[in-house]
Design a protein around this ligand. Structure first.
Ligand code: CTP
Ligand code: CA
Length: 225
């Protein structure tokens, strides 16, 4: 990690990082969620802190220690994450959307536990707002970095998300077939930005976070020379 960390390179820079899954309640004892350990987002927070940044970590429920010095905003649902991220991104230089946001939430939260005998053939879902797109529409717009976990056609999906969400950088990884991804301590990333790309080969998530952060710092310095 040390060989990639650049102390002071992000001194005084305000970074908001979302991490982990969101949890969308169905009844008092059940929820819908996404697979996410939060490891990548927390590793990015640690790397950003080592580079001198002020880090706000908006985190869904994960079981990871909070990197020392990070300001933790714990959330559960996508709507809570949306509010916290937008509030803190208004004064941010960089937003990194590493969270695995649930795309849908149950339309209704049942007051009582749904019972085995109840008719559950239909559970209506409502679409959650796209948090990163909302951040990219803020004025002034921070540097916006997204993630994309894909099972197929990674390059096309990642480039499409880069453009449609108005991102400055997107880090894509394969899931569901090879090493890396969700619960793993290791990962590889294919990073795209308008007009360029770079592969960050399979390594541990701490090294990868430092490498990605270096790219992000370069983009910030290109944006604000
Ligand atoms: N994202 C977000 N808010 C959402 C959904 C996704 O901010 N409601 C962000 C993620 O944090 C990530 C990026 O968008 O940085 C891409 O997430 P992904 O799930 O891959 O994209 P979707 O647009 O939801 O597309 P799909 O799930 O259909 O592939
Ligand atoms: Ca999604």
């Amino acid at each position: 990690l040390l060989e990639h960390t650049q102390p002071g390179v992000l001194a005084g820079v305000n970074i908001v990082i979302s991490a982990g899954p969101t949890r969308e309640p169905l009844d008092p004892v059940r929820y819908i969620t996404n697979r996410s350990s939060g490891k990548m987002g927390y590793a990015l927070a640690a790397a950003a802190l080592s580079s001198g940044a002020n880090v706000t970590l908006v985190s869904g429920p994960v079981s990871l220690p909070v990197p020392a010095g990070a300001k933790l905003i714990p959330v559960e649902t996508a709507l809570q994450m949306y509010d916290a991220v937008i509030t803190h991104s208004r004064t941010a230089d960089i937003y990194i959307g590493a969270a695995a946001v649930a795309d849908y939430r149950p339309q209704q939260l049942a007051e009582r536990k749904i019972k085995k005998g109840d008719d559950t053939s239909n559970i209506p879902l409502a679409k959650n707002p796209d948090i990163i797109t909302a951040v990219a529409n803020l004025q002034p717009k921070p540097l916006v970095v997204g993630f994309a976990a894909e099972t197929d056609d990674l390059e096309n999906y990642a480039k499409h998300k880069l453009q449609s969400k108005n991102l400055d950088l997107i880090a894509a990884n394969w899931v569901g077939q090879t090493e890396g991804g969700f619960e793993s301590d290791r990962n590889a990333l294919q990073v795209f930005w308008p007009g360029g790309q770079q592969i960050l080969p399979m390594t541990d998530k701490n090294t990868l976070a430092a490498q990605l952060l270096k790219l992000i710092a370069e983009k910030l310095h290109e944006k604000n020379p």
